[in-house]
Design a protein around this ligand. Structure first.
Ligand SMILES: Cc1cc2nc3c(=O)[nH]c(=O)nc-3n(C[C@H](O)[C@H](O)[C@H](O)COP(=O)(O)OP(=O)(O)OC[C@H]3O[C@@H](n4cnc5c(N)ncnc54)[C@H](O)[C@@H]3O)c2cc1C
Length: 412
């Protein structure tokens, strides 16, 4: 069997590996950029987390009364080092597994795959082209941050979702003046009302100037005009949202605007599967999982892409993480009651969990190590573990994971 995978982001890489490891004799990965890894490795998850890590450390040290500082240049260097290493790692991993990488722009013409103006005969295609950005002159985008050679003292962030919150928090902790504009009335308004109010108040408290319920009428290099006519000026304007699905060249596949797939990730064209942000996943871990599912189904499997209980994380400090739906009976535990949080002066934070029919159905955390706590809850949700069974779980003491056992022990 011969399979072409289009795109070397998380979805494309995981689809290719799954295919190659399970006996497909020819896997060809087509990538239009020189470097491999896609949005996540080159512009997103990896450089941004390498840049955020030192800021987490300085925040923790601040709590112990010590002051260290980093400048943007130092952070960018960490970002560049991490992305270069990871991109090379992707290259070696593909090579090790016998996957052929072809550089070029792929497209579909009357059902046939075209790369660099030549038809590539394959049995199956996995479309994993992710998203792209339509750029406006003079505006900087969140994915530019690891590559810019300039510093600034003040910045306007347009968009208060994950990107705006992570960068807003980081830049504020570096001592910048940060203006954050969003058309919603709270940050992350799709979270539980109490949680999103808490998060919004926290970001206002650390000095981020929030312009909520506001939209942008005009935007220039250093100036934004709001819908009410108010003008904000700063050294830089960053756009933190607005990526679109990379459907160019593949328009003959049904899409609206994301590629439409069935539960097995098959598109409207029989031998074409799609995975990752091109089907609207929005996170790298969902993209990897989708890549694997598409590959398994090409290999003859019948595996459903199960979206239930996948965790989401915003890497601030405290960290925001959430999973599932906040239905049923919900209870909250403050970290002020947790031994480990007291030892680390991390008592500002909480976990809120919702329970229905003897199972956890959703949870939201705003606390140190929130992603670890929510990952464990994600496991419980996805594997249908009952509350009674969880009572037999023994968490290490003192640990942040104890917030789950402690909270559940209060359920009547
Ligand atoms: C600033 C930022 C921070 C982020 N942080 C996180 C995070 O911390 N955690 C997280 O889970 N997610 C994060 N994300 C989201 C994450 O990057 C994406 O969800 C993930 O990269 C999607 O993977 P993908 O494989 O679907 O697509 P992509 O990673 O976008 O890869 C698609 C690839 O396809 C290639 N391609 C496109 N069209 C063609 C064509 N016609 N021919 C050949 N090649 C083509 C592209 O060049 C690209 O390499 C972040 C995103 C951004 C922008």
């Amino acid at each position: 069997m011969k399979v072409a995978v289009i795109g070397s982001g998380p979805a494309g890489v995981y689809a290719s590996l799954e295919l190659a490891k399970n006996g497909v004799n020819k896997v060809i990965l087509v990538e239009k950029e020189e470097r491999l890894g896609g949005t996540c490795v080159l512009y997103g998850c990896i450089p941004s987390k390498a840049m955020l890590h030192p800021v987490h450390l300085l925040t923790e040290l601040e709590k112990l009364g010590k002051k260290v500082s980093f400048n943007l240049d130092e952070l960018r260097k960490f970002g560049q080092e991490a992305l270069t290493r990871l991109s090379k790692g992707v290259e070696y991993m593909l090579e090790d597994n016998g996957i052929e990488v072809v550089r070029g722009v792929a497209s579909l013409r009357s059902g046939l795959l075209n790369v660099n103006n030549e038809t590539l005969q394959v049995d199956y295609i996995v479309l994993a082209t992710g998203t792209f950005r339509e750029r406006l002159n003079g505006i900087i985008y969140s994915e530019d941050l690891p590559y810019l050679n300039r510093d600034f003292q003040s910045v306007i962030l347009v968009g208060g979702d994950v990107g705006g919150i992570e960068f807003g928090w980081m830049l504020r902790k570096l001592g910048k003046e940060v203006f954050l504009i969003d058309k919603q009335s709270t940050l992350l308004p799709y979270l539980d009302r109490e949680v999103s109010n808490n998060i919004t108040n926290y970001f206002a408290k650390i000095g981020i100037k929030l312009y909520l319920n506001r939209s942008v009428k005009e935007m220039r290099e250093k100036e934004v005009v709001l819908d009410n006519g108010e003008k904000l000026t700063a050294d830089a304007v960053y756009m933190t949202f607005g990526r679109k699905p990379s459907i160019q060249g593949f328009e003959e596949i049904n899409h609206n605007p994301y590629v439409i797939v069935d539960e097995y990730l098959r598109t409207s064209v029989n031998n074409i599967f799609a995975a990752g942000d091109i089907i609207g996943t929005h996170t790298a871990h969902e993209a990897m999982y989708a890549g694997k599912i598409a590959a398994i189904n090409i290999l003859g499997g019948k595996k459903v892409f199960n979206k239930e209980g996948i965790p989401k994380v915003v890497y601030t400090h405290p960290t925001i993480a959430y999973v599932g739906n906040m239905d049923g009976r919900c209870i909250k535990l403050s970290l002020a009651e947790l031994g480990r949080a007291i030892t680390e002066k991390e008592t500002d934070g909480f976990l809120k969990v919702c329970v229905k029919d003897d199972k956890i159905v959703g949870a939201q955390a705003f606390m140190k190590d929130a992603e670890e706590v929510i990952s464990l809850i994600s496991f419980l949700i996805r594997f249908n573990v009952r509350i009674n069974e969880i009572k037999d779980y023994v968490a290490p003491h003192p640990s942040y994971i104890e917030v789950i056992t402690e909270l559940l022990s209060r359920l009547r």
